[in-house]
Ligand binder design. Structure first.
Ligand SMILES: CC(C)(COP(=O)(O)OP(=O)(O)OC[C@H]1O[C@@H](n2cnc3c(N)ncnc32)[C@H](O)[C@@H]1OP(=O)(O)O)[C@@H](O)C(=O)NCCC(=O)NCCS
Length: 182
């Protein structure tokens, strides 16, 4: 699914949300490596994020061409701030009502209200696409993200203990959260 561009004001700066094109693929490769290196709250270590340019383009196209997925990228006064996305949990009829969601901003752009704008838009698109619920995983101690998700109606529904093992030998739980649109 292709997101139709929208513009917002963030403290006097222009936030443009749009669907990525193939011309954004190299930038997005660099972004995911950087974002994963900046926080312990994303799904992998930075050095594991090594998609080739072709694989990145395939990833972008898979969201664009799918009828159950969407990728939105944000620019603040022309600078890439981060992405958010959703994808149908699975193709089976039993799971077809569920969208899995994700969002990650570069640290430089956190704490300015951008995440809330992007997440609100993402949820609108999910509801418009006919999903009945949105689901996500947040790593424990990510209080800012949890606060934001709760403010949009997500509820904690379970935990996977020690789901994350870091290179330094420490662990963190995955917290499962669900928002129902019904
Ligand atoms: C999580 C994320 C998307 C939030 O976006 P953001 O633009 O930084 O968040 P905002 O500035 O809009 O703030 C969101 C809310 O969290 C609150 N908040 C900020 N820091 C907080 C903290 N440490 N504890 C609790 N709440 C906090 C803000 O006050 C705001 O709530 P309010 O509207 O009720 O005042 C963004 O910080 C991010 O991408 N972080 C790095 C990657 C990540 O963790 N992704 C999520 C993986 S599950």
């Amino acid at each position: 699914m292709i997101f139709e561009e929208r513009r917002f004001d963030i403290n006097g700066k222009e936030l443009v949300l749009k669907a990525p094109g193939e011309e954004d693929a190299e930038m997005l490769r660099q972004y995911i490596k950087k974002a994963c290196g900046e926080t312990r709250f994303l799904m992998a270590e930075s050095d594991e994020m090594d998609l080739s340019l072709e694989e990145e383009i395939e990833f972008l196209n898979s969201h664009r061409d799918s009828d159950g997925g969407m990728l939105i990228i944000g620019f603040l006064d022309g600078e890439h701030v981060g992405n958010c996305s959703f994808m149908r949990v699975s193709g089976s009829r039993r799971y077809a009502h569920r969208a899995s969601v994700g969002i990650a901003l570069l640290q430089k752009f956190t704490g300015q209200g951008i995440g809330k704008v992007m997440f609100e838009v993402l949820l609108e698109e999910i509801e418009k696409a006919g999903f009945e619920q949105a689901e996500l995983i947040v790593i424990e101690h990510n209080d800012r993200a949890m606060h934001m998700y709760e403010s949009f109606g997500f509820k904690e529904t379970g935990r996977k203990p020690n789901a994350n093992r870091y290179d330094d030998g420490t662990y963190a739980d995955d917290i499962l959260m669900v928002k129902s649109f019904k």
